[in-house]
Design a protein around this ligand. Structure first.
Ligand code: PEP
Length: 256
Protein backbone atom coordinates (compact mmCIF):
# COMPACT_ATOMS: atom_id res chain seq x y z
CA UNK A 1 0.00 0.00 0.00
CA UNK A 2 1.22 3.47 -0.83
CA UNK A 3 1.19 5.86 2.10
CA UNK A 4 -0.16 9.31 1.26
CA UNK A 5 2.31 12.18 1.25
CA UNK A 6 1.10 15.73 1.80
CA UNK A 7 3.92 18.13 0.96
CA UNK A 8 4.07 21.91 1.29
CA UNK A 9 6.17 24.00 -1.06
CA UNK A 10 6.60 27.35 0.63
CA UNK A 11 8.44 28.84 -2.37
CA UNK A 12 10.09 32.20 -1.55
CA UNK A 13 7.74 33.06 1.30
CA UNK A 14 7.74 33.72 5.06
CA UNK A 15 10.17 35.44 7.38
CA UNK A 16 12.23 33.30 9.74
CA UNK A 17 9.74 33.96 12.54
CA UNK A 18 6.66 33.33 10.40
CA UNK A 19 8.18 30.15 9.02
CA UNK A 20 9.05 28.84 12.45
CA UNK A 21 5.53 29.55 13.74
CA UNK A 22 4.01 27.93 10.66
CA UNK A 23 6.16 24.82 11.05
CA UNK A 24 5.23 24.52 14.74
CA UNK A 25 1.53 24.93 13.96
CA UNK A 26 1.71 22.25 11.25
CA UNK A 27 3.60 19.87 13.55
CA UNK A 28 1.14 20.39 16.42
CA UNK A 29 -1.91 20.12 14.18
CA UNK A 30 -0.73 16.99 12.36
CA UNK A 31 0.58 15.01 15.33
CA UNK A 32 -2.20 12.40 15.04
CA UNK A 33 -2.34 12.49 11.25
CA UNK A 34 1.33 11.55 10.86
CA UNK A 35 0.50 8.08 12.17
CA UNK A 36 -1.35 7.58 8.88
CA UNK A 37 0.12 9.97 6.30
CA UNK A 38 3.55 11.48 5.62
CA UNK A 39 3.86 15.26 5.99
CA UNK A 40 6.70 17.21 4.38
CA UNK A 41 7.37 20.94 4.47
CA UNK A 42 9.84 22.66 2.14
CA UNK A 43 10.83 26.11 3.40
CA UNK A 44 13.32 28.50 1.78
CA UNK A 45 17.00 27.52 2.21
CA UNK A 46 17.89 30.05 4.96
CA UNK A 47 15.18 28.68 7.22
CA UNK A 48 16.00 24.99 6.94
CA UNK A 49 17.93 24.98 10.22
CA UNK A 50 15.40 26.82 12.43
CA UNK A 51 12.54 24.87 10.91
CA UNK A 52 14.24 21.51 11.31
CA UNK A 53 14.76 22.50 14.96
CA UNK A 54 11.13 23.65 15.29
CA UNK A 55 9.78 20.25 14.18
CA UNK A 56 12.43 18.11 15.93
CA UNK A 57 10.82 15.23 17.80
CA UNK A 58 7.75 15.26 15.54
CA UNK A 59 7.04 13.19 12.41
CA UNK A 60 7.03 16.23 10.11
CA UNK A 61 9.79 15.95 7.51
CA UNK A 62 11.70 18.91 6.12
CA UNK A 63 12.86 19.24 2.53
CA UNK A 64 14.46 21.72 0.16
CA UNK A 65 13.03 23.27 -3.00
CA UNK A 66 16.09 22.75 -5.19
CA UNK A 67 19.75 21.71 -5.05
CA UNK A 68 22.94 21.64 -7.10
CA UNK A 69 24.50 18.37 -8.20
CA UNK A 70 28.10 19.28 -7.37
CA UNK A 71 29.39 18.76 -3.83
CA UNK A 72 31.25 22.07 -3.48
CA UNK A 73 33.23 24.62 -5.43
CA UNK A 74 32.79 27.68 -7.60
CA UNK A 75 29.00 27.61 -8.03
CA UNK A 76 27.93 30.99 -6.73
CA UNK A 77 24.45 31.04 -5.25
CA UNK A 78 24.01 27.28 -5.26
CA UNK A 79 23.40 24.76 -2.47
CA UNK A 80 24.77 21.22 -2.52
CA UNK A 81 23.17 18.02 -1.33
CA UNK A 82 25.97 17.67 1.20
CA UNK A 83 24.86 20.99 2.70
CA UNK A 84 21.22 19.96 2.69
CA UNK A 85 22.04 16.69 4.44
CA UNK A 86 24.15 18.60 6.94
CA UNK A 87 21.17 20.77 7.96
CA UNK A 88 18.69 17.88 8.21
CA UNK A 89 16.76 18.02 4.94
CA UNK A 90 15.50 14.62 3.87
CA UNK A 91 13.83 15.46 0.54
CA UNK A 92 14.33 17.77 -2.41
CA UNK A 93 11.72 19.10 -4.82
CA UNK A 94 13.21 18.90 -8.33
CA UNK A 95 11.97 20.13 -11.69
CA UNK A 96 9.26 22.35 -10.24
CA UNK A 97 7.56 24.26 -13.06
CA UNK A 98 9.03 27.53 -11.78
CA UNK A 99 12.53 26.01 -12.01
CA UNK A 100 11.76 24.79 -15.53
CA UNK A 101 9.95 27.82 -16.91
CA UNK A 102 11.29 30.79 -14.89
CA UNK A 103 14.88 29.59 -14.46
CA UNK A 104 15.18 27.55 -17.66
CA UNK A 105 16.09 24.18 -16.17
CA UNK A 106 16.11 21.38 -18.73
CA UNK A 107 15.29 17.72 -18.26
CA UNK A 108 19.03 17.02 -18.42
CA UNK A 109 19.74 19.52 -15.60
CA UNK A 110 16.97 18.01 -13.52
CA UNK A 111 18.23 14.48 -14.17
CA UNK A 112 21.69 15.33 -12.83
CA UNK A 113 20.07 16.62 -9.66
CA UNK A 114 17.79 13.59 -9.34
CA UNK A 115 20.73 11.19 -9.69
CA UNK A 116 22.82 13.04 -7.13
CA UNK A 117 19.89 13.36 -4.71
CA UNK A 118 19.36 9.60 -4.82
CA UNK A 119 23.07 8.87 -4.55
CA UNK A 120 23.13 10.95 -1.36
CA UNK A 121 20.15 9.04 0.07
CA UNK A 122 17.60 11.85 -0.01
CA UNK A 123 14.09 11.54 -1.42
CA UNK A 124 13.62 13.21 -4.82
CA UNK A 125 10.21 14.75 -5.50
CA UNK A 126 10.29 15.01 -9.29
CA UNK A 127 7.72 17.43 -10.70
CA UNK A 128 6.30 16.99 -14.17
CA UNK A 129 3.45 18.76 -15.95
CA UNK A 130 2.32 20.41 -19.14
CA UNK A 131 1.81 24.05 -20.07
CA UNK A 132 -1.68 25.36 -20.89
CA UNK A 133 -1.00 25.41 -24.64
CA UNK A 134 0.31 21.86 -24.49
CA UNK A 135 -2.82 20.75 -22.65
CA UNK A 136 -5.03 22.53 -25.19
CA UNK A 137 -3.16 20.85 -28.06
CA UNK A 138 -3.65 17.39 -26.56
CA UNK A 139 0.06 17.04 -25.79
CA UNK A 140 -0.18 16.28 -22.06
CA UNK A 141 0.86 12.63 -22.30
CA UNK A 142 3.76 13.24 -24.66
CA UNK A 143 5.07 16.06 -22.44
CA UNK A 144 4.84 13.78 -19.39
CA UNK A 145 6.66 11.00 -21.27
CA UNK A 146 9.45 13.38 -22.27
CA UNK A 147 9.86 14.73 -18.73
CA UNK A 148 9.82 11.23 -17.21
CA UNK A 149 12.30 9.89 -19.79
CA UNK A 150 14.61 12.84 -19.20
CA UNK A 151 14.25 13.26 -15.46
CA UNK A 152 14.61 9.57 -14.62
CA UNK A 153 17.35 8.70 -17.12
CA UNK A 154 19.76 6.18 -15.55
CA UNK A 155 17.71 5.94 -12.35
CA UNK A 156 17.65 2.26 -11.33
CA UNK A 157 14.60 0.34 -10.17
CA UNK A 158 16.15 0.10 -6.67
CA UNK A 159 16.71 3.86 -6.51
CA UNK A 160 13.04 4.43 -7.40
CA UNK A 161 12.22 3.56 -3.78
CA UNK A 162 13.33 7.12 -2.97
CA UNK A 163 11.50 8.87 -5.82
CA UNK A 164 8.13 10.56 -5.59
CA UNK A 165 6.51 11.94 -8.76
CA UNK A 166 4.43 15.11 -8.56
CA UNK A 167 2.06 15.78 -11.46
CA UNK A 168 1.61 19.52 -11.57
CA UNK A 169 -0.16 20.90 -14.64
CA UNK A 170 1.49 24.30 -15.06
CA UNK A 171 -1.86 25.94 -15.82
CA UNK A 172 -3.10 24.93 -12.36
CA UNK A 173 -0.16 26.18 -10.28
CA UNK A 174 -0.96 29.30 -8.29
CA UNK A 175 -3.87 30.09 -10.61
CA UNK A 176 -6.78 28.85 -8.53
CA UNK A 177 -7.63 26.60 -11.51
CA UNK A 178 -7.50 22.97 -10.42
CA UNK A 179 -7.47 19.93 -12.65
CA UNK A 180 -10.71 18.02 -12.25
CA UNK A 181 -10.31 14.76 -10.33
CA UNK A 182 -10.86 12.98 -13.67
CA UNK A 183 -8.11 15.01 -15.42
CA UNK A 184 -5.72 14.33 -12.55
CA UNK A 185 -6.56 10.62 -12.53
CA UNK A 186 -6.03 10.33 -16.28
CA UNK A 187 -2.55 11.88 -16.04
CA UNK A 188 -1.64 9.84 -12.95
CA UNK A 189 -2.82 6.63 -14.60
CA UNK A 190 -0.63 7.47 -17.58
CA UNK A 191 2.37 8.12 -15.30
CA UNK A 192 1.83 4.84 -13.50
CA UNK A 193 1.72 3.00 -16.80
CA UNK A 194 4.94 4.75 -17.81
CA UNK A 195 6.55 3.47 -14.59
CA UNK A 196 5.33 -0.04 -15.29
CA UNK A 197 6.66 -0.12 -18.83
CA UNK A 198 9.99 1.49 -17.95
CA UNK A 199 10.54 -0.45 -14.70
CA UNK A 200 8.02 -3.06 -13.52
CA UNK A 201 4.57 -3.49 -12.01
CA UNK A 202 6.21 -3.56 -8.56
CA UNK A 203 7.91 -0.20 -9.05
CA UNK A 204 4.75 1.29 -10.55
CA UNK A 205 2.66 0.07 -7.60
CA UNK A 206 5.13 1.30 -5.00
CA UNK A 207 5.85 4.79 -6.41
CA UNK A 208 3.80 7.64 -5.02
CA UNK A 209 2.36 10.10 -7.53
CA UNK A 210 1.23 13.39 -5.97
CA UNK A 211 -1.08 15.93 -7.56
CA UNK A 212 -0.19 19.62 -7.36
CA UNK A 213 -1.97 22.70 -8.64
CA UNK A 214 -4.26 24.85 -6.49
CA UNK A 215 -5.03 22.08 -4.00
CA UNK A 216 -7.25 23.59 -1.30
CA UNK A 217 -9.29 22.21 1.61
CA UNK A 218 -12.43 22.20 -0.56
CA UNK A 219 -11.01 20.07 -3.40
CA UNK A 220 -8.42 17.92 -1.60
CA UNK A 221 -10.67 14.99 -0.73
CA UNK A 222 -12.02 14.61 -4.28
CA UNK A 223 -8.52 14.68 -5.75
CA UNK A 224 -7.00 12.37 -3.14
CA UNK A 225 -9.84 9.86 -3.61
CA UNK A 226 -8.69 9.06 -7.14
CA UNK A 227 -7.08 5.62 -7.29
CA UNK A 228 -3.76 6.83 -8.67
CA UNK A 229 -3.43 10.03 -6.61
CA UNK A 230 -1.18 9.32 -3.61
CA UNK A 231 -0.92 12.73 -2.06
CA UNK A 232 -0.58 16.42 -2.82
CA UNK A 233 2.13 18.97 -3.43
CA UNK A 234 0.65 22.18 -2.10
CA UNK A 235 1.89 25.73 -2.70
CA UNK A 236 -0.27 28.63 -1.55
CA UNK A 237 -2.44 26.64 0.84
CA UNK A 238 0.63 25.24 2.64
CA UNK A 239 1.41 28.69 4.03
CA UNK A 240 -1.68 28.83 6.23
CA UNK A 241 -2.21 26.12 8.87
CA UNK A 242 -6.00 26.52 8.59
CA UNK A 243 -5.68 25.52 4.92
CA UNK A 244 -2.85 22.98 5.05
CA UNK A 245 -4.07 20.96 8.05
CA UNK A 246 -7.46 20.13 6.47
CA UNK A 247 -5.61 18.89 3.36
CA UNK A 248 -3.56 16.59 5.63
CA UNK A 249 -6.82 15.49 7.27
CA UNK A 250 -8.31 14.75 3.84
CA UNK A 251 -5.32 12.42 3.30
CA UNK A 252 -6.09 10.68 6.60
CA UNK A 253 -9.76 10.35 5.66
CA UNK A 254 -9.14 8.80 2.25
CA UNK A 255 -6.51 6.45 3.74
CA UNK A 256 -9.07 4.73 5.94
C1 PEP B 1 3.29 24.38 -6.23
O1 PEP B 1 3.95 25.37 -6.03
O2 PEP B 1 3.87 23.30 -6.38
C2 PEP B 1 1.83 24.51 -6.27
C3 PEP B 1 1.14 23.44 -6.60
O3 PEP B 1 1.30 25.71 -5.97
P1 PEP B 1 -0.28 26.04 -5.69
O4 PEP B 1 -0.79 24.99 -4.74
O5 PEP B 1 -0.29 27.40 -5.09
O6 PEP B 1 -0.98 25.98 -7.01
Amino acid sequence: MRRYLIAGNWKMNTTREEGTELAKAIAAGSSNATATVDVLICPPFPYLIPITEAVAGTQVQVGAQNCHFEASGAFTGETSLEMLTDVGASSVILGHSERRHVFGETDADINRKVLKTLEKGLQAVLCVGELLEEEESGLTKSVLDRQMDGGLKDVSAEAMANVVIAYEPVWAIGTGKTATPEQAESAHDHLRKWLESRYSADVANATRILYGGSVKPNNAEDLLSQPNVDGALVGGASLIPENFLPIIEAGVKVSS
